[in-house]
Design a binder for this molecule. Structure first.
Ligand SMILES: NC(=O)c1ccc[n+]([C@@H]2O[C@H](COP(=O)([O-])OP(=O)(O)OC[C@H]3O[C@@H](n4cnc5c(N)ncnc54)[C@H](O)[C@@H]3O)[C@@H](O)[C@H]2O)c1
Length: 483
C-alpha cells in the first residue's frame, strides 16, 4: 500500500509521518540522475507485498530488487547502482519479491512473475521465451535490447564476405591434411592454385534489410571499397542516416540481388511465406533466378529465410556461387560451396556486456523515471526529468474509451493540479504519466487516490514515483487491489 502525504510550504514540501513506516526518504536518494535538486519528502506505507518464507533480514530494505534468471554479464549489471538496487539470481531470492526481472534464454513462466514485478527485460532481441501477450494483459512492460549485438554480427558478416571470396577454410583443411602426411612445405606453393579467390573491393554488395546490422554492414563494406545496393521497405530514418551517401536503394529483393556479387540477408524471420506476409523461404527460386551464378549469399539472420532445396539447385548449377550461413542446414551442411558457422554471430563478450547494459539501463529508466524505451508491448514514452517540485504518477490501463477522463477526474476530485499529462497507447495498452504539483500548504493522502485510481474499471496498475525505492506500486488484478 502506498501512502504519500505531503505538506507544502513556500520553501519546502514536508511529509508528516503517517502510517506504518517511519522512514522518510527524499527522492534525491533514489537517483541523483533522475531526481535532483529541491526535494519533496515522500512517505509510503511499508509495502504490503508479502510472500511466505520471506527472510526477516530482507524486510525494510529500501532498494529496488532486480532478479536474474540466467547468468548475466557483470559489466551490464554494474549499471544498477548498489545503493539503489539489489541484483540477485532468482534462485537465491528466497521469496523476496522482485521489482524487475532480467533474463536471457530462460523460458519465463507466468507464476515466476511476482505481483510486485513492474517490468521484464530480455538481454537480446527476441522475446519468444517470455509470455508477452499475457504480460500485456497484466500491464507489465517487456523490454528487449535491439541492436545491442549488431556490431558482433556485422563483424561476422564481414568475415563471411572474406570467407566467400577466398577458399580460406578449404585451404586450412588442405594444409592440415598435408601436415599429417609431412608434405606441407613440399606442396604448398604448387597446391595453392587450388584455392584462388577474388577481392571484394569494387564488387557489388546487396544488403537486404537495413536495420542495425544491415546498415552497419553497408557502412563498413563501403569503406572496404564495395559498391552498394540496399532493399528495405521499412527503412527507418535513424538507419537511413547511417548508410553511405552513394548507396543505391532498390524497390524489391529481386532487383537488389540482380547484378550483385554478394548478398547479405539482415531481415527478421517472420512466420509464413512471403505471399502470406512472412519471410519463411524468402530466398527461394523466385529470387535465386535473378542472382549471378557466382553470387555469394551471406545469411547471418535466420536459417529459415533460405529455401535450402532451391539454394542447393542454385549452387549445383556449376557456377561459382557460394552460401555462407550462421545456421545449421540439413540439406546444405556438406556442400562444397557452403560454409556453415555454428551460430556465432552474437557470441562475443562485448555483445553480452552491451545487451545486459542496455537491458539494465532500460529497466532503470522505467523504474526510476517512467520512461519507456525498447519495449515490445508498450508504447515508447520519452519523459523529461521530473521537476523536483512535482510528483510523478504513472498509470497503465486498457486502451479503451473513457479511462483517460476517469483518471483526470480522480485527480480533480482530490484537488490536485496536473502540470503535465502524457498518454500514449499501443494496441490494447495505454500508458499515462501525470506530473502533479501540490499547492503550498496542501496536504494530500495519496493512499485513497491511488486505490481509487487503480481500481477504476480498465486500469491495471499505478505507480507513485518517489519515496522508498520499491514502494508506491499498486495493481488491479481482476478486481482485487494489490498494493
Ligand atoms: N546470427 C546471429 O547470431 C544474429 C544475432 C542478432 C540478430 N540476428 C538476426 O539478424 C536480423 C537483423 O537484426 P537487426 O538487429 O539488424 O534487426 P533490425 O530490426 O534493426 O533490422 C531489420 C530490418 O529489416 C527490415 N525488413 C524487415 N522485413 C524485410 C523484408 N522482407 N525485406 C527487406 N527488409 C526487411 C526492417 O525494416 C528492418 O529495418 C534479426 O532479425 C535476427 O534474426 C542474428
Amino acid at each position: 500500500m502506498t501512502l504519500l502525504r505531503i505538506t507544502a510550504t513556500r520553501t519546502a514540501l514536508r511529509v508528516p509521518f503517517i502510517g506504518t513506516k517511519t522512514t522518510t526518504v527524499t527522492p534525491v536518494s533514489l537517483s541523483a540522475r533522475c531526481y535532483s535538486g529541491h526535494p519533496i519528502k515522500v512517505t509510503h506505507y511499508e509495502s504490503g507485498w508479502t510472500a511466505d518464507g520471506v527472510d526477516d533480514s530482507i524486510k525494510g530494505i529500501e532498494k529496488y530488487c532486480t532478479q536474474t534468471f540466467n547468468k548475466i554479464s557483470q559489466v551490464g549489471l554494474s549499471v544498477f547502482p548498489k545503493d539503489l538496487y539489489d541484483v540477485i539470481p532468482r534462485d537465491e531470492a528466497h521469496g523476496r519479491p522482485a521489482h524487475a526481472l532480467m533474463l536471457r534464454s530462460h523460458k519465463l513462466q507466468e507464476d515466476q512473475v511476482d505481483p510486485s514485478v513492474r517490468a521484464i527485460a530480455r538481454c537480446g532481441a527476441g522475446t519468444n521465451n517470455i509470455p508477452v501477450a499475457r504480460m500485456t494483459e497484466l500491464g507489465i512492460p517487456v523490454f528487449n535490447t535491439p541492436g545491442a549485438n549488431a556490431n558482433a554480427v556485422k563483424e561476422l558478416v564481414l568475415c563471411g564476405l572474406f570467407l566467400g571470396s577466398r577458399r580460406v577454410i578449404d585451404g586450412i583443411n588442405h594444409m592440415k591434411d598435408l601436415g599429417k602426411q609431412g608434405l606441407a612445405r613440399e606442396r604448398v606453393e604448387k597446391d595453392k592454385a587450388l584455392f584462388g579467390g577474388r577481392e571484394i573491393k569494387g564488387k557489388r554488395l546487396a544488403v537486404i534489410g537495413l536495420g542495425h546490422i544491415g546498415a552497419a554492414t553497408a557502412r563498413d563494406a563501403h569503406s572496404l571499397g564495395m559498391d552498394l545496393v540496399g532493399y528495405d521497405p521499412g527503412l527507418s530514418v535513424k538507419s537511413a542516416m547511417k548508410l553511405p551517401r552513394n548507396m543505391d536503394l532498390a524497390d524489391s529483393i529481386s532487383s537488389a540481388v540482380a547484378n550483385a556479387d554478394y548478398i547479405s540477408l539482415n531481415i527478421p524471420y517472420i512466420k509464413g511465406t512471403p505471399e502470406e506476409g512472412g519471410t519463411h523461404g524468402i530466398i527461394g527460386h523466385a529470387v535465386l533466378r535473378h542472382m549471378k551464378s557466382d553470387a555469394v549469399i551471406l545469411n547471418f539472420a535466420r536459417g529459415e529465410l533460405v529455401d535450402s532445396v532451391a539454394m542447393k539447385e542454385f549452387l549445383d548449377k556449376g557456377g561459382e556461387g557460394r552460401y555462407i550461413s550462421d545456421f545449421p542446414d540439413d540439406v546444405l551442411w556438406n556442400h562444397e560451396n557452403v560454409v556453415i558457422i555454428p551460430h556465432l554471430g552474437a557470441s562475443t563478450g562485448e555483445a553480452e556486456d552491451s545487451a545486459a547494459a542496455m537491458a539494465a539501463e532500460t529497466l532503470r529508466l522505467y523504474l526510476e523515471h517512467g520512461t519507456i524505451r525498447h519495449s515490445v508491448n508498450f508504447p515508447d514514452t520519452s519523459l523529461q526529468e521530473k521537476d523536483s517540485n512535482h510528483i510523478r504518477i504513472t498509470v497503465v490501463n486498457k486502451n479503451k474509451p473513457g479511462v483517460l477522463s476517469a483518471i483526470t477526474d480522480v485527480f480533480a476530485k482530490h484537488g490536485l493540479n496536473i502540470v503535465q499529462q502524457i498518454n500514449h497507447s499501443r494496441g490494447e495498452i495505454a500508458y499515462n504519466v501525470i506530473d502533479i504539483e501540490p499547492a503550498a500548504g496542501d496536504s494530500h493522502d495519496f493512499r485513497e487516490l491511488q486505490k481509487e485510481l487503480t481500481m477504476h474499471d480498465g486500469i491495471l496498475s499505478s505507480r507513485i514515483m518517489g519515496g522508498v525505492a520499491g514502494n508506491g506500486y499498486a495493481r488491479n488484478i481482476d478486481g482485487t487491489y494489490y498494493a
